[in-house]
Design a protein around this ligand. Structure first.
Ligand code: CAA
Length: 387
């Protein structure tokens, strides 16, 4: 299929719609049923992982040459969107596998790619991304995790915080300072394995949402890794981290779409069933206007997200702008739509007997991670002002 044909933003190609149907089917049968329990217990939904893995939706973006499904950026977004519609925490499986491996895909040596992408493609291993630190969140370049060269090895020391799927993942892209005098130009990227001596994890964070996706600190205590585990050239790590986020902010936009769609679908069904004042509440114009606004915002977010996915696939020069815009717009829309879904269910919406309060809590993180929406606005403004 020609690239132009694959990214008609108004109507997805049949191939992509077929992927959507296939993911929706797997999720309805084997992911959605675990969503409330994962939220309640905070346990990683292993059954959902197994179902996604069996259908090859756990890391669909890995290229065919490394044993993957070779899904393009739009197909990967559709997979993440559909998994998120059923269970936001589970959608972090394909999303963070892409986030963790993107530095390798963008800048890694052929040998590193072969060694580490193949087990992710087969589902034997997951891959996390370690950029943030306790004192370096939005200001990522102020990180202090240090990598010091010692002969044929690098020795890493530091603490990474807010690491999605930490402990469950086998592999980690870790960004560390190799030249403290050079700020962002003194940061390099490495592959660290969970089994490397000196790697350990903090207690799971007690979060508002996405509870089935473990978030933990990663401690690096004199972790000694061979020099060939560096991703790209020394000092290129910060640019690799930013280039990665350009692509993966699109996947967070897709996750937001899915969460919002799940909430809209549920609320749509509810208002047609629920009767007050002698008729279904869907017959009241005030309720209809709310539904119309929710649908309108969601579709606008979807078109922007798919346009950004096309830019991600082609590597367009304006991807930085579009990735930030899609993530920011779709996550703000998801927060509004899920909040309105809770409102449409009234008192029932506020209880854990119905899924929309979970969706509202899950939506919140999409405005925060992979760069807060304030950071997305900084990124967009800088792009606009420079030309
Ligand atoms: N592509 C390539 N290079 C880039 C780039 C991009 N998109 N963005 C920046 N760079 C380069 C710049 O060109 C610059 O190099 P030059 O000096 O040669 O031009 C260098 O990197 C430094 O860039 P800035 O001066 O713009 O850096 P800054 O310190 O002002 O920071 C920022 C910019 C946009 C605020 C950045 O720090 C940022 O994105 N912060 C948010 C971090 C973030 O998103 N964290 C999310 C963590 S991951 C996560 O949340 C995962 C999860 O759990 C699911």
């Amino acid at each position: 299929m020609a690239a132009e044909e694959s990214f008609d933003v108004y109507r997805l190609p049949e191939e992509h719609e077929a992927i959507r149907e296939a993911v929706r089917e797997v999720c309805a049968a084997k992911v959605a049923p675990n969503a409330a329990e994962a939220d309640e217990t905070g346990e990683f939904p292993k059954a959902s992982y197994d179902a996604l893995r069996a259908a090859d939706f756990h890391a669909p973006h890995i290229p065919v040459e490394y044993g993957g499904a070779g899904a393009d950026a739009l197909a990967t977004a559709v997979v993440i969107e559909e998994v998120a519609r059923a269970c936001a925490a589970s959608s972090l499986i394909p999303a963070v596998n892409k986030l963790g491996t993107m530095p390798l895909l963008l800048a890694g040596s052929e040998e590193l790619k072969r060694r580490y992408l193949t087990p992710v493609a087969s589902g034997e291993a997951m891959f996390s991304y370690c950029l943030s630190e306790p004192e370096a969140g939005s200001d990522a370049a102020s990180m202090t995790t240090r990598a010091v060269r010692d002969g044929d090895h690098w020795v890493l020391n530091g603490v990474k915080r807010w690491i999605t799927n930490a402990g469950v993942s086998e592999y980690y892209t870790v960004f560390a300072v190799t030249d403290p005098s050079a700020r962002s130009k003194g940061i390099s990227a490495f592959v660290v394995e969970k089994s490397d001596p000196g790697v350990s994890f903090g207690a799971p964070e007690k979060k508002l949402g996405i509870k089935g996706s473990p978030t933990r600190e990663v401690y690096l205590d004199n972790v000694r890794i061979p020099v060939d585990r560096m991703i790209g050239a020394e000092g290129s790590g910060f640019a690799t981290a930013m280039r990665t986020l350009d692509h993966t902010r699109v996947t967070i936009a897709a996750q937001a779409l899915g969460i919002a769609q799940g909430a809209l679908d549920y609320a749509k069904g509810y208002v047609q069933e629920r009767k007050q004042f002698g008729k279904a509440v869907a017959e009241f114009q005030g309720v209809q206007f709310m539904l119309a606004d929710m649908g309108m915002k969601l579709e606008a977010a979807r078109q922007l997200t798919y346009a950004a996915a096309g830019k991600s696939e082609r590597g367009d020069a304006d991807l930085t702008y579009f990735g930030a815009a899609a993530k920011c717009f779709a996550s703000d829309a998801a927060m509004e739509i899920t909040t309105d879904a809770v409102q449409l269910l009234g008192g029932y919406g506020y209880t854990r007997d119905y899924p929309v309060e979970r969706m509202m809590r899950d939506a919140k993180i999409t405005q925060i991670y992979e760069g807060t929406n304030q950071v997305q606005r900084i990124v967009m403004a800088r792009q606009l002002l420079r030309g």
